[in-house]
Design a protein around this ligand. Sequence first.
Ligand code: ADP
Ligand code: MG
Length: 283
Amino acid sequence: MTDASNAAAVPADAGAPSGSARTPGSAVPAADAARVEGMRTDEVVVEVNDLYAGYLPGINIINGANLVAHKGELIGIIGPNGAGKSTLLKSIFGMVKVRSGEINVNGDSVIGLKSDKLVSKGVGFVPQTNNVFPSLTIEENLQMGLYQAPKQYAERLDFVTSIFAELGKRLKQRAGSLSGGERQMVAMSRALMMDPAVLLLDEPSAGLSPVRQDDAFIRVSDINKAGVTTIMVEQNARRCLQICDRGYVLDQGRDAYHGSGRDLLNDPKVIGLYLGSLGSETN
Ligand SMILES: Nc1ncnc2c1ncn2[C@@H]1O[C@H](COP(=O)(O)OP(=O)(O)O)[C@@H](O)[C@H]1O
Ligand SMILES: [Mg+2]
């Protein structure tokens, strides 16, 4: 078996992403998947294959993107501004027109499903902005997250406050009165209320002070350690790759490179093309 820690990051042209079930005859992508560093199981939760998607007719923002998230993994998506990172997450969450390709969650196609259906299929999404209801209290925000299964409120509140203890003490406070970092916690908590099969996070550290950014990364790590499969888009590329099991570099709507977080961090091409400027911008 190949030792993933010695392998260089894989450019997109090298073939299917690790764990992809696209190879004919390999029903379970375990052979590839077992090489993936940090992976918890070989069960595929999210699979994006050769995806083309965009907002306006005739203009694709996502141009042949591939992505796999196994159960329990923390996946990072990095790449330059405008690469389509947010669009890829929005595509998975049914907010962007898919032109061709596949998006599967737990083995079922989710293309064409509306966001409320996606939530009931186990997809939790935290957009970068406007991700809380500011006029509602923390408690009401959390209840909104669970509107499809209100009976589980107490149990899910326990889970969420095991990660975000400070929110549990301030349930009656209006979300609009919270700091950016605290709002981000409420937004993540709201998405976690549904016990999602996968949590999609769009730039959880954006707009936060350096100390708060560190905290955001720690919280994302905590969420993942609690067993939640997580796909995180981040502008803070180095920090993201440091905590994720595997990462994808998205460039012009395509996964230009993928590999373990460590391999991507150490790959000279990835450093030269994507981490040099991004890294110095944020570190
Ligand atoms: N709602 C929209 N309508 C049309 N084009 C959009 C929309 N949102 C984003 N785009 C375009 O899609 C491209 C990728 O944007 P985005 O996915 O936000 O990139 P990233 O998150 O990687 O910075 C950009 O060229 C952007 O202008
Ligand atoms: Mg974005």
